[in-house]
Design a binder for this molecule. Structure first.
Ligand SMILES: [Zn+2]
Length: 287
């Protein structure tokens, strides 16, 4: 059964580790992430962007697939199904579809409007035992066609949003979605520390986990980050393994064209990436 992310993040925060959010795109992705979480006895958050939800024909399909897989695969570790960077309308759709967690990305609204919409969603989530992530200060890079520069959040605005009763807070600290540019300045630990000081025990979320050096990840966890989002890295490892299979001409040998064979190396590559991240974040055996 899907659970809210609240308890797993509170435990992570207290235990000084982070739970990974791995974004899913299709059946192979979902199977790979769930199998790895179970194997490593780790809690996990399955992230679904609005684009990925649309690709999979809608949020109901996603919830149906995840629930079915958890039963068939006998998954016993805590799993949250979470909308990533949701619009207000997308959040409502996921509530209806049976997600256990949502992120409302109101970072592009003026702070007053972000507060107003977040307040409404806090109420809806509380009634259903769902967790809610809010965002302050936009995270750089491209996300579903929107390009942000990677600003740092205002700690006072973070406190205003945290006080509404959200479960977890994503604050921009110079992090970027996708690959990091050569001249990237690194994470702003000053901002992170200031945000945590203002927000007390609020679990913080680090987006754009791909390509942040390991020591920065560990420092971020020590300063209060309890959830780290991983998306691009799984895509890159899936693509590299699939390319290798095709370039080696394996799809032309025997029944190598069978999608179950063609997609197997990529699926294994996702598993390896998820395992590496869970070990780095410290969530292994924390289920
Ligand atoms: Zn993000």
């Amino acid at each position: 059964m899907l659970v809210s992310a609240k308890e797993m993040l509170e435990k992570a925060k207290a235990g000084k580790y982070a739970v990974g959010q791995f974004n899913i795109n299709n059946l192979e992705w979902t199977k790979a992430v769930l199998a790895t979480a179970q194997e490593l006895n780790s809690p996990v958050i399955l992230g679904v962007s609005e684009g990925a939800g649309k690709y999979m024909t809608g949020f109901k399909t996603v919830a149906g697939m995840v629930n079915g897989m958890m039963e068939e695969m006998k998954i016993t570790v805590p799993v949250a199904l979470h909308l990533d960077h949701g619009t207000y309308e997308g959040c409502l759709k996921c509530v209806e579809a049976g997600f256990s967690s949502i992120m409302f990305d109101g970072s592009h609204y003026p702070i007053e409007e972000n507060i107003e919409k977040t307040r409404e969603l806090v109420k809806i989530c509380a009634d259903r035992g769902m967790s809610l992530e809010a965002e302050v200060g936009s995270i750089g890079g491209e996300e579903d066609g929107v390009i942000g520069a990677g600003e740092c959040a205002d700690p006072n605005e973070c406190k205003m949003i945290a006080d509404l009763g959200v479960t977890m807070l994503a604050a921009g600290i110079g992090n970027i979605h996708g690959k990091y540019p050569e001249n990237w300045k690194g994470l702003s630990f000053e901002t992170l520390a200031a945000v945590q000081e203002k927000t007390g025990e609020m679990p913080l979320v680090l987006h754009g986990g791909t390509g942040i050096p390991e020591d920065m990840i560990k420092k971020a966890i020590s300063l209060g980050v309890a959830k780290i989002n991983v998306n691009t890295e799984c895509q890159l490892s899936f693509a590299a393994a699939t390319r290798e299979y095709i370039e080696a001409g394996k799809d032309l040998q025997g029944k190598g064209f069978d999608p179950r064979k063609l997609l197997a190396p990529g699926t294994e590559a996702i598993k390896a990436t998820v395992k590496e991240k869970m070990e780095l974040f410290g969530s292994v055996n924390k289920a």
